[in-house]
Design a binder for this molecule. Sequence first.
Ligand code: ATP
Ligand code: HMH
Length: 274
Amino acid sequence: MKRKSVLTIAGSDCSGGAGIQADLKTMLANGVYGMSAVTALTAQNTTGVYGIMESTPEFLRNQLECIFQDIFPDAVKIGMVSSVLLIEVIADELVKWKAENIVVDPVMVATSGSSLLQDEAKEALESKLLPLAAVITPNIPEAEVLSGIQIDSPKKMEEAASILGTRYPGAVLIKGGHDMNDANDLLFWRGKMIWFRGERIDNPNTHGTGCTLSSAIASNLAKGYGMEKSIERAKQYISGALGAGLDLGKGSGPMDHGYALPAFETKDVSYEEE
Ligand SMILES: Nc1ncnc2c1ncn2[C@@H]1O[C@H](COP(=O)(O)OP(=O)(O)OP(=O)(O)O)[C@@H](O)[C@H]1O
Ligand SMILES: Cc1ncc(CO)c(N)n1
């Protein structure tokens, strides 16, 4: 039996809610075979990022070669890549292997406020990775940095999307999770603006929402859905994962990636604290 496969190139989150761990859980839940090339180990939890240890460029290349030579991914999601040399290796490998359906989440700052991108790497991200993407998925602060304009209204989101959509060949999805009123995301694609309306779910546990959305989009593209359908289904998935109301950790906790999975465990594994 064959299955569509997706590769994530991102950082590890030892607390399991974001990064590689969120990506692989999302891929499993969305019916694709997940693979990972680790760019960095992070020591983090729901309250913050306390350490980063990067992969060497050589070892990242080694991981990518192993993957592409063997199980060629139907889509690739790129998350945290914090240094210029790692960005160069990724761009080089993706071009060499003619990777398709590339989703770039330009991760700059974690939900907890910690920086995940070195200053000089921002330019490399812009010039080397964003041009390879079928879609880029900045949140509002990232879209402000990339477009150079301040975003304080839906009109400004449209302006930033159009600046980025004109600059890069792929689609641009600006995520509205940082808008406190609702959770509407804006897609600029092939000259059209398309709003994806999302009801804001009252849940403070949003660790890893960005990683999860981009992995769900990559999974859907791998399965052959078009761009709009892939985003629509990814939003449905993330709303379900947030709405499931998992509550773990002392800070902004993780979502329930497995909310829609038939689990092997038949006992009810959820419980309320006394
Ligand atoms: N409270 C919420 N209710 C419903 N949808 C939400 C909520 N918060 C975020 N989302 C959705 O989650 C997705 C990710 O958006 P967000 O802006 O949070 O990304 P991000 O900032 O990159 O995430 P991260 O916190 O992982 O860095 C978007 O589709 C957004 O609309
Ligand atoms: C490893 C990693 N990637 C991305 C994010 C952004 O949420 C995070 N917190 N950690």
